[in-house]
Design a protein around this ligand. Structure first.
Ligand SMILES: Cc1cc2nc3c(=O)[nH]c(=O)nc-3n(C[C@H](O)[C@H](O)[C@H](O)COP(=O)(O)OP(=O)(O)OC[C@H]3O[C@@H](n4cnc5c(N)ncnc54)[C@H](O)[C@@H]3O)c2cc1C
Length: 379
């Protein structure tokens, strides 16, 4: 589209202090933090879908800050300090959710989290020493001497088979992420934030009047500041963001009578995760079986990953359970190379806060606050 045709877009909307693009967790937490700190701000969120459809309504609802093998792997890749900083943000983000919403509002289930480990794990023979060391590192964050506790004896109790070790983290919970999105929407709307659904931003142009935001729907918006919370879709409007999209897929079984599984479960550095969802098993992951194919913003899932998840269930869930697969969906995450979420400036008064690297439930409350603080410097 040339600028000439863009300027022909109709503008019948009053100038906003801030336009947020993307109505997922990040956009909503940014708006909530802004309004909490400055209630007079005029804020509009533009969301291209009827409901947010990237990852926030399509995730697994793990309220987690990292499993032991995942944290150990991150330490090897990005170093101890950066890893602990990310874990601290996740932990604080989860606390923030609990301070804003009641357990009932978001179906918070303090069920505890577990990581399953097999003998082929590279540190299996040093597992106890590794856990002890990790617990020492995490103590200043969780204020718990033993965040992770080995509990192999509970594997069978949970109706699981084919694993050699299990580590418990009693601080982990499950939530209903759709309910969290709804509760956030209600909260920001009550504070006076406008959310416009079905509006897709295509580009922006700066002028003396402020930032002009052009949309596919041929409506031009104007704002003093612009914040992109478009996660994996950011590349479409700001290619230099260079965010790697990663599709996550989930399947849900039919109801399983007498399902013993309680808790949230992780395996293989977080590449597989499952939980009890109202008497059914929700299992997701297996992205590592074909990284290349899953590096996509295409929201339709793939049979290959779905079948991997079905196979995993057959291998690791009590064979006496009878179930069918009733649901399968996918969502799109955004990744950075260093695993750190990104808050960056793209232009004068244009910013982006994106890429929670698959942990947005926990990270968006804190990243949304950082984004809000950056925008508030202007007011
Ligand atoms: C299958 C799966 C399971 C997951 N499980 C967990 C979990 O258990 N725990 C956890 O912490 N995290 C989990 N995640 C990750 C978590 O869901 C994300 O990190 C988080 O939702 C990201 O929120 P966001 O607002 O940044 O992005 P999104 O939710 O993707 O929101 C971005 C929004 O921007 C909109 N948008 C994009 N471009 C435009 C545009 N041009 N104009 C207007 N709107 C636009 C999109 O429609 C979208 O609604 C999971 C993700 C997936 C896919």
């Amino acid at each position: 589209m040339s600028n000439l045709s863009l300027w022909e877009q109709e503008s019948f909307y009053s100038t906003q202090d801030i336009i947020i693009v993307g109505g997922g967790f990040m956009g909503l937490w940014t708006a909530l933090n802004l309004k909490t700190k400055n209630s007079s701000l005029r804020i509009t969120i533009l969301e291209k879908n009827i409901t947010p459809l990237g990852a926030s309504t399509r995730n697994a609802g793990f309220s987690c800050f990292g499993s032991p093998t995942e944290i150990l792997n991150d330490i090897e890749n990005i170093g101890l300090q950066d890893t602990l900083e990310i874990v601290r943000m996740r932990f604080n983000g989860l606390e923030r959710i609990k301070s804003y919403f009641t357990p009932k509002q978001i179906d918070l289930d303090n069920c505890g989290g577990y990581e399953l480990i097999n003998k082929d794990y590279k540190y299996f023979d040093q597992l106890d020493e590794k856990i002890e060391w990790l617990n020492q590192q995490l103590e200043t964050i969780t204020e718990k001497e033993h965040t992770f506790v080995r509990c192999d004896e509970k594997i069978a109790e949970k109706g699981l088979i084919g694993f050699d070790a299990m580590i418990e983290n009693s601080l982990e919970s499950g939530i209903h992420s759709g309910k969290l999105v709804s509760a956030l929407i209600q909260k920001v709307q009550l504070l006076g934030v406008t959310i416009l659904n079905g509006i897709e931003m295509t580009s922006w142009v700066r002028s003396l009047e402020g930032m002009h935001v052009f949309t596919k729907q041929q409506i031009r918006f104007t704002a003093n500041q612009l914040m992109l919370c478009t996660n994996a879709f950011g590349n479409e409007i700001a290619p230099h963001l260079n965010i790697t999209p990663a599709r996550g897929q989930v399947i849900v079984t039919s109801e399983i009578p007498d399902l013993k599984l309680s808790g949230t479960f992780h395996f293989d550095e977080g590449f597989y995760y499952w939980r009890n969802l109202d008497g059914r098993i929700l299992i997701g992951g297996a992205r590592n079986t074909d990284f290349e194919a899953e590096r996509t913003t295409d929201i339709s899932g793939s049979e290959m990953v779905k079948n991997k998840l079905i196979e995993f269930l057959k291998q690791h869930i009590d064979p006496s359970y009878k179930y069918t697969i009733e649901n399968h969906w996918s969502g799109i995450m955004g990744f950075t190379e260093n695993k750190k979420p990104l808050l960056t400036q793209l232009d004068d008064h244009v910013y982006a806060v994106i890429a929670c690297n698959g942990m947005g439930v926990a990270l968006t409350p804190i990243m949304g606050e950082k984004a809000a603080d950056m925008l508030l410097l202007y007011f």
